[in-house]
Write a protein of this length. Sequence first.
Length: 345
Amino acid sequence: MVHTPFSDGFRMPARFAPHARTFIGWPTELSYRSDLTRTRAEYAGVMRAVAEFEPVTVIVDPDDADGARTALEGCGNIEILEVPINDAWLRDSGWIFVKNEDDEVALVQFQFNGWGGKFACDRDMRVAEHLAGHYGFKVYNAPFICEGGGITVDGEGTLITTEQVMLNANRYNGLSREDIEGHLRDYLGIEKVIWLGLGLVEDEGTDGHADNVVEYLAPGVVLAQTVNDPKNPNYQLCQENLRRLKEATDAKGRKLEVIEMERLPYTDPTHGEQMPVPYVNAYAINDALITPMLGGPDDESARSVLAKLFPGRKIVGVDSTFIALDGGGVGCITQQQPAGPLAVR
């Protein structure tokens, strides 16, 4: 019998569930298209913000370790772990935590092909192996690709993704929708998949990740990205995603409560190509929500909305211009380890 996380009683918890720590990668020179110095400064800002509320492990390529230590000098609650990596988009590079009913935590290493063969990923595929050696995690090896930014889960067996990424031939050639749903059940404990259509138009690098258009706030409650301007290229696809969410039921048979985030700011064109910075792509941690900010007129309105949606959590804004220009958000550069003892290996 092949043991899988689901057969052993494990399931992926929600991002908003209690954390033991957060992992964040240190940007390398390999896959960043804007200003590496300013990108690293923004990453360091995210690390400091998260470390105010929970431990942070910074995964650093050995070649960049000295610079990372200098940049983070004096920051408490931060551990630097040297691991060879290709890039720092840890949400996507194939390792996702699961828990069982005894709150024991294990790690699943999925396949990863650099977002459909766009970037090198040989080092990233071995990160789980290094973490298992350092911390003692039990590791399951999954036979298919699952990028963390391409999904959001409620922790009770429901997963939301987009057809654009999760049915893309550059990851899933030869796999049917039913095949993928079966793999998600076996390795993440998913009993119901809700399929949206497209991610944001500008999200070419990942082929339409879900974390830019929807995120679970609680079981049965989601925050959906919409836009008010019909001229925005994302208007129609957001309306279609909204329709699908409102018609869907989850693994428990519940209709979803869908809350719209109508604000979608863009980076200043003086920095180069304008890129969206979705507030949906925030990161819920212990007692706080780390959310992207650009310093523009939308920030305070979004902060007010998010404060109501995350009662009891402090809303902490972080500069995200260059993270966005490189193609992601705060949720994309983080990966949570759920609270709980480690499963026996």
